[in-house]
Design a binder for this molecule. Structure first.
Ligand SMILES: [Zn+2]
Length: 490
């Protein structure tokens, strides 16, 4: 199994990758009926004549699903079509009792979007989104887990009619890493808009990848294979790496790639042929006669635009400026909208918001990493961090004392407040006592004193550090700063 596409392959051949992502929308009810849209219910309990496709049952479109799909489309920079058309996509499968899926075909809800992904050289690349359309999910065939699974397949139709959006990228992606980044960004944006929980284990987000290779410099695409049923972004990257090597080997040894659907086997790290691919027209799409055209009015569009949250990329950019963060740190703080909201709400209440970011990233982040726990399981709460930041800012504790308190917090699993109250660090605020320590340090470091007096003012920090150490971190920092400068100038 190749760990990554070998460089030799990439100098000669260029991979072309397009991704199709299906996302379940977090509506309370299904797309065309009032059944609960819920994962994990007893099989075949959330069903009705509409989602079972019984004769005479008529679909009614869920307004919330339209709102969510429109919100996602706007977040992905798509143009939303005022009038889109539902279509029947006909195919037979046991978990599709209607014999067709309601989808959209030649007039999808939205088109011409894009996502920006970071590239290896530190710049960004725009990956186009061809279309975003609405459709319904099918049921599920259960092939194992029953005593007679060897001879029977069971059907759970709860998922029939679950609202989906399908997001189809342009074939703009050139490496498995870009595919990984695209999916990561896409998921992040969708989570920020809260239209889906994007839970891949539960199938709320599913991805199929189209991949082909062509000799570098050639315009037309090679024959593509579709890789299906991959249930993590890491596996998609691995599947693409495998598939690119496989196709190149095939071409180099005189064979040719056939258009087909392939499944990825994560245990073996390889893809294998599932079936040769039907053409899109085999589905025989035609307009859904039971649903009128979907009209997204100017009013709905502007109302939805107002619901658009600040999206991850914009938020990171702003937070880098607001809190003077490194790009990496901004990523950590914006990993989820919920966490970024909590951080910013807390930081706003502090005397110095930047200090809150700093303590969170360095003191809390470092200790979490060392003990292998997640940010949301930190014993020190956001309020505790703000309290620590303020005490530090007011000079009531030194940074060394802060570190000591945090050590105790993590050792005992307690928040900052109670530990601080209990072990309230002693502070030396006695001017004479601090002056005495400064005199000693000055006497011991004549060379540094000379440098200071020669104009190297930053060396005052050296004296502050030395005295702080001598006081076992207990000297009042503000007072210490003042006294050091006074002594050195004197
Ligand atoms: Zn139903």
């Amino acid at each position: 199994m190749p760990a990554a596409v070998s460089p030799g392959v990439l100098t000669k051949y260029e991979p072309v990758i397009g991704l199709e992502v299906h996302v379940q929308l977090l509506t309370a009810s299904k797309c065309f009926c009032g059944c609960a849209n819920r994962f994990g219910s007893e099989p075949n309990t959330n069903i009705c004549p509409v989602c079972l496709g019984l004769p005479g049952a008529l679909p009614v479109l869920n307004a919330k699903a339209v709102e969510f799909a429109t919100l996602a489309a706007l977040a992905l920079n798509c143009e939303v079509r005022e009038r889109s058309i539902f279509a029947r996509k006909n195919y037979f499968y046991p978990d599709l009792p209607k014999g067709y899926q309601i989808s959209q075909y030649d007039k999808p809800l939205a088109e011409h979007g894009w996502i920006e992904v970071p590239t290896a050289d530190g710049s960004t690349k725009r990956i186009g989104i061809t279309r975003l359309h609405m459709e319904e999910d099918a049921g599920k065939s259960l092939h194992d887990g029953f005593p007679d699974s060897a001879t029977r397949t069971y059907l759970d139709l709860n998922r029939c009619g679950t609202p989906l959006i399908e997001i189809v990228s342009e074939p703009d992606i050139r490496t498995p890493d870009e595919a990984f980044e695209y999916l990561t960004r896409l998921k992040e944006i969708l989570l920020y808009t809260a239209v889906s929980d994007c839970n891949m284990e539960e199938g709320s987000l599913r991805c199929d990848a189209n991949v082909s290779v062509r000799p570098r410099g050639r315009q037309e695409f090679g024959t593509k294979a579709e890789v299906k049923n991959v249930n993590s972004f890491k596996f998609i990257r691995a599947a693409l790496e495998y598939e690119i090597e496989r196709q190149v080997d095939l071409i180099e040894s005189g064979g040719r790639v056939v258009q087909e659907t392939r499944l990825y086997n994560a245990d073996e790290g390889r893809t294998c042929s599932m079936r040769s691919k039907e053409q899109a027209h085999d589905y025989r799409y035609f307009p859904e006669p039971d649903l009128p055209p979907l009209i997204v009015s100017e009013q709905l569009l502007s109302e939805t635009r107002e619901k658009l949250p600040e999206l991850p990329a914009a938020r990171r950019k702003r937070m880098v400026a607001d809190y003077e963060l490194a790009e990496n740190d901004a990523h950590t703080l914006t990993a989820s909208r919920e966490f970024a909201d909590r951080f910013e709400a807390a930081a706003k209440t502090a005397r110095n918001p930047r200090r809150v970011a700093n303590i969170l990233l360095n003191e809390v982040g470092g200790r979490l990493k060392a003990s292998g726990i997640d940010l949301d399981q930190s014993p020190v709460t956001m309020a505790g961090i703000v309290q620590a930041a303020d005490l530090l800012d007011e000079g009531k504790i030194s940074s060394r004392q802060l570190k000591q308190i945090f050590d105790v917090c993590f050792e005992k699993g307690e928040d900052f407040g109670p530990v601080y109250e209990r072990e309230k660090p002693q502070q030396i605020t006695d001017t004479a006592a601090i002056e005495k320590l400064i005199d000693e340090v000055i006497a011991a470091n004549p060379w540094q004193v000379e440098q200071y007096r020669a104009g190297k003012k930053t060396i005052a920090g050296f004296f502050v550090g030395q005295v702080m150490r001598a006081s076992k971190g207990q000297a009042n920092p503000a007072l210490l700063n003042d006294l050091v400068v006074k002594k050195l100038e004197g």
